[in-house]
Design a protein around this ligand. Structure first.
Ligand code: PEP
Ligand code: MG
Length: 576
């Protein structure tokens, strides 16, 4: 029996034979070429071949698995069509006499590293795409084809791989996957996101020794604590079989009642809603019991394009999501881009400290030609729906007033044009900067609701870049420092008579739920697959007990103490 440890990336247990997927790679070395023009032609031809392959894969995926998966190939085609990518590689060939593989690889790495440094999960996931699609081109240049490797997968198995790229997983028959384990990658890698979306257990970052396992060997994958066990002894196997059975039963039960409200044992009801960024995610959210949307990330409309989407394009995109939710509440966040998040068609000056720079509402206020079409599209799309709007990264009262003024101007313009508009639209702000917490009493008088963004609130409170692994130990939203800010924001919201939600990752964390309930949070917004468990947990709790727990948690001096204390008080969060 061999136990290996990785990062728990998606909940649950997988037990079954291993399937080792170890695609052939092309070693890339820098070489000097003489005929640079021929080398550039070699690259261009491979790019053309890759685009043809992608077109075919797009059509296949569209027919077989649907639009969402097919969109990956479309995005890859767009990446290969990006003149910046190929021009940079071309320059390296023509000016530095570099071989095509090295030139493309170096360019792609620079793009990918820039994407990985971004705080938005969506952008970080695009880093895998850029590596993936350029690797495809490099493989074509070297006659390597990995597309058939997954055809050897014939029985339900635990997939072990160095890493899984988006196009690797396209060729994978998902019905034969019990779970995933990758040697590299972090909690936001493509594999982790895919596993959570599919509801399959997963471990990432387990190291390359996992590839020493042989296909067919018996495996246990514990996605709850990151243990991967090869050739388990009969006792261990029996223990895990019971754990798996309990966990699966528990999830089935939780899902069966996911559409019912989240009411504590003593009758306190909270809203449980989803964070979404596409129509597909929205449909999934309804199935998982979302009562609406607490965070609609509008960045999706702007990404994967080479032009700024116009008002009508945006209107259609927002409307298509609102239609999924009918009359359920949907909180839409205005554009949260800038600083480290780039759009190719948006010129933003480089900044030394992008997280502290011209981001989100700051950028929108500086570029009304960017902001106004979005606001007009939002207001129009709200007609016939329960749409609420919130501004990200609000730090001061004048900033909020200025944003609201532009919103009013847009509404007046639309009224004058005779467009059908919603009668009332709630306006709120994200509470994700400590100054907003300190000014929460003033801000609360100017809005209808708050939504706490713990991802940013934590990084700004702890002065720890949320994308920097070197300081990840500081980026824990259960730190009493952050909890005290959350508590104050909730208190001020309620004093002013407005509701307050949370759309940062903390809202969906089982161990945080009792604390947040006890602090008085009204709305919990999370990734859809987390909803059934969150609702289940809420139903097991009593508000009174949670209030006691929250009070104590605020007095603790570290996040470790908070976690230990809550888990001791409420073993329900260890279910399974
Ligand atoms: C947050 O900061 O908590 C949040 C929800 O916004 P994002 O992660 O998109 O910055
Ligand atoms: Mg944020």
């Amino acid at each position: 029996m061999i136990t290996m440890k990785g990062i728990a990336a998606s909940n649950g247990y997988a037990i079954g034979p291993a399937f080792v997927y170890n695609p052939q790679t092309v070693e890339i070395t820098d070489k000097k070429v003489k005929d640079t023009q021929a080398e550039w032609t070699r690259l261009s031809v491979a790019v053309d071949t890759a685009i043809k392959q992608l077109e075919a894969s797009y059509e296949n995926a569209l027919n077989e698995v649907g639009e969402e998966t097919a969109a990956i190939f479309e995005a890859h085609m767009e990446m290969l069509g990006d003149p910046e990518l190929l021009d940079t590689a071309k320059e390296a060939i023509l000016d530095e006499y570099l071989n095509a593989e090295a030139a493309l690889h170096r360019t792609a790495e620079a793009f990918a590293v820039a994407l990985e440094g971004m705080d938005d999960e969506y952008f970080r996931a695009r880093a895998a795409d850029i590596r993936d699609v350029t690797h495809r081109v490099i493989c074509i240049m070297n006659g390597v084809d990995n597309s058939q490797l997954f055809s050897a997968l014939k029985e339900p198995s635990v997939i072990l791989a160095p890493d899984l790229t988006p196009s690797d997983t396209i060729n994978l028959n998902k019905s034969l996957v019990l779970g995933f384990c990758t040697g590299t990658g972090g909690p936001t890698s493509h594999t982790a996101i895919l596993a959570r979306t599919l509801g399959l257990p997963a471990i990432v970052g387990a190291g390359m020794k996992i590839l020493e396992v042989h296909t067919g060997e018996s495996m246990i994958l514990d996605g709850r604590n990151g243990d991967l066990i090869a050739q388990p002894d009969p006792e261990t196997l029996a223990i895990y079989k019971v754990r798996q059975e309990n966990w699966n039963k528990f999830c089935e039960e939780a899902l069966k009642i996911a559409k019912e409200p989240a009411i504590t044992r003593d009758g306190h009801q909270v809203e449980v809603v989803a964070n979404v960024g596409s129509v597909e995610e929205s449909e999934q959210a309804i199935q998982q019991g979302a009562e609406g949307v607490g965070l609609l990330r509008t960045e999706f409309v702007y990404l994967g394009k080479n032009h700024l989407p116009d008002e009508d394009e945006q209107y259609q995109a927002y409307k298509s999501i609102l239609d999924v939710f009918g009359q359920r509440p949907v909180v839409l966040r205005t554009l949260d881009i800038g600083g480290d998040k780039e759009l190719p068609y948006l010129k933003i000056a480089p900044e030394t400290n992008p997280f502290l720079g011209v981001r989100a509402i700051r950028l929108c206020m500086q570029q009304p030609e960017l902001f106004k079409p979005q606001l007009r599209a939002i207001i129009r799309s709200g007609f016939g729906h329960n749409l609420k709007v919130m501004f990200p990264m609000i730090a001061t009262v004048p900033e909020l007033r200025a944003a609201k003024k532009i919103m009013q101007e847009c509404r007046a313009e639309l009224e004058a044009e005779g467009k059908p508009l919603p009668a009332k639209m709630e306006i709120g702000i994200m509470i994700e900067i400590p100054s907003a917490v300190m000014l929460a009493d003033h801000l609360a008088k100017e809005v209808d609701f708050f939504s706490i963004g713990t991802n940013d609130l934590t990084q700004y409170t702890m002065a720890a870049d949320r994308t920097n692994p070197g300081v990840s130990y500081l980026n824990d939203a259960l730190s009493p420092a952050v909890l005290r800010l959350v508590s104050r924001a909730i208190e001020e919201a309620h004093k002013a008579g407005i509701w307050i939600g949370m759309c940062g990752e903390l809202a969906g964390e089982p161990v945080a739920i009792p604390v947040l309930l006890g602090l008085g949070l009204d709305e919990f917004s999370m990734n859809a697959p987390a909803i059934p468990l969150a609702k289940y947990i809420i139903r097991q709790l009593s508000l009174e007990k949670c209030q006691q727990i929250a009070k104590k948690a605020l007095e603790m001096c570290s996040c470790e103490d908070v976690v230990q204390y809550v888990q001791k008080e409420l073993p329900i969060t260890n279910q399974g």
